[in-house]
Design a protein around this ligand. Sequence first.
Ligand code: 8YV
Length: 315
Amino acid sequence: MESIGVLMTCPMNTYLEQELDKRFKLFRFWHFPQEQTFLKEHSATIRAVVGNASIGANANLIDALPSLEIVSSFSVGLDKVDLPKCKDKRIRVTNTPDVLTEDVADLAIGLMIATLRRLCESDRYVRGGLWKKKGDFKLTSKFSGKSVGIIGLGRIGLAIAKRAEAFDCPISYYSRSPKATSKSYKYYPTVVDLASNCEILVVACALTEETRHIINREVIDALGAEGVVINIGRGPHIDEAELVSALVEGRLGGAGLDVFENEPGVPEQLFELENVVLAPHVGSGTNETRKAMADLVIGNLEAHFLNKPLLTPVV
Ligand code: 8YV
């Protein structure tokens, strides 16, 4: 397989790079600032693309690679891959489901507790010497027992629900249709209904044209001034300008955010707010999980080029 050209779109994981290097002819796209020159020279030899949540395979890249057979994404989310085009051109697509579910769900719960209990602010309080200077830290808001509304009850949504249940949180959810697996969870047919009936609203669905800005001003208003938004999905799930103004104006109680509309750009107004906890898109970012994701990416490529069934096919 050493002669098979594999194009990695951006740096994502050192172990994955090393393992791909051992097995294939790996091209690191970011090493070639003159993209067009690179493509002219090498496009015919590239049979696989490895992308991630930042840079996947858009229509332009797919069209520029006439020998492309498979896109093996180092992510569960495939919003950066042009799936209809891949289908049309019979290009296979794989992702990394399951192996990252626990980490992402853990982070969602972590963001809920950190936001309500002001963990980051209290850490700054101690480090800044304010405990000694000003005395006890202010009182915060309880997490256990708060009602949690989940947008998207797929693998990650369910894992968040299971964890939140252990904190005695009543669970409700929105998805396109009610799920048979979730009898004890209350279903709401609209996101506004869900937001009106929960205290913590979590985004855990895939990003599609239908779910872009699924959290808008109406949803934020329905959640209300005590409500908290948690986003471990994708930045564009939330109308970020509306979120920022609601937080600045006190129309929303808080937010725990792992993802943003223009990563790595984060609206600077959020930096001033103590009721907001910010993370740099690290939902799956543990050593264990990133290695498992890398192994899946490689496993899918090997299966494809050995004419075996793909491990986690999407297209
Ligand atoms: C990654 C992700 O952060 O799986 C996803 O959809 O967003 C992530 O796990 C990313 O692809 C790592 O490079």
